[in-house]
Design a protein around this ligand. Structure first.
Ligand SMILES: [Zn+2]
Length: 258
């Protein structure tokens, strides 16, 4: 009776923290700034401040009734706290803030919400469990890089709120991927070149280094292994060497949220 296969059910998806906007969103962003200083750091970088000029970095002041995907309890990704944002905030690019905020434009297409929130939940895990993530990319031959970039490159880097305080990583002890603004005069958050700093020859590569695309695939904003893995988790490709190499390590990540 109760002991047949019918007794097995798919594990129920867990409810999310309800999304917020308006005054609760503003309070959450205020607390986030105290912890991560993202907006202050942007203001201190002329090119990054210019790229965000005219944006209203605010929560949506209109309430939103879109459904967000529930959590799979078998996966290690925390819920995070969705904050609906003004569509101009960070040019509508979804991003995370401390400690576990997932900031998404109220105009974000519903059809893409599920995979985008999963991508951002990977970033929330990176925020909540930095020590568990520290060595996870060893099978990818990615290591923390302690070198420094020439100042003209440093000054063209797009600040990514998901990577604040996270060190750069070097691939195969040689190449450091970076996201640079295409234009210095009219920088736009959505117009970026993915480049690789060759730390050995101290030259800039504008094409992927040998073996990169075969291993990782074509990942548009693969400026850092944190971004590459968030992209891969959301895309869940069947045949991707990088993803297959690291999948079992992801399942060991802590599951607790804040
Ligand atoms: Zn991302």
């Amino acid at each position: 009776m109760g002991n047949s296969l019918s007794g097995f059910q798919d594990s129920p998806l867990q409810p999310n923290k309800p999304p917020i906007c308006c005054s609760s969103g503003a309070a959450a962003l205020f607390r986030a700034e105290h912890i991560d200083n993202y907006r202050m750091i942007v203001e201190q970088s002329p090119i990054n401040a210019r790229a965000r000029a005219g944006h209203d970095y605010l929560p949506s002041l209109i309430s939103v009734s879109k459904e967000i995907p529930k959590i799979d309890p078998n996966a290690p990704w925390p819920s995070g706290q969705v904050v609906w944002m003004d569509p101009t905030a960070d040019a509508g690019l979804p991003h995370t803030r401390a400690p576990d905020l997932i900031c998404i434009s109220r105009d974000f297409p519903s059809a893409d919400l599920s995979s985008t929130i999963l991508h951002e939940r990977v970033h929330v895990s990176q925020r909540l469990h930095p020590s568990a993530w520290k060595d996870i990319f060893e099978p990818w031959s990615f290591k923390i890089w302690n070198g420094s970039l020439p100042s003209e490159l440093e000054s063209k880097r797009r600040i990514n709120p998901d990577l604040l305080g996270v060190p750069l990583y070097i691939w195969k002890d040689t190449w450091v991927p970076l996201a640079l603004f295409k234009s210095s005069n009219q920088p736009r958050l959505t117009e970026i070149d993915l480049v690789w700093w060759d730390a050995k020859s101290r030259t800039l590569l504008r094409q992927p280094p040998p073996g990169w695309t075969t291993f990782f695939g074509s990942i548009p904003a693969g400026e850092h292994p944190y971004e590459i893995i968030a992209y891969l988790v959301a895309a869940n490709p069947k045949e991707n060497s990088a993803y297959n190499t690291i999948k079992s390590r992801l399942m060991q990540l802590p599951k607790n949220s804040v």
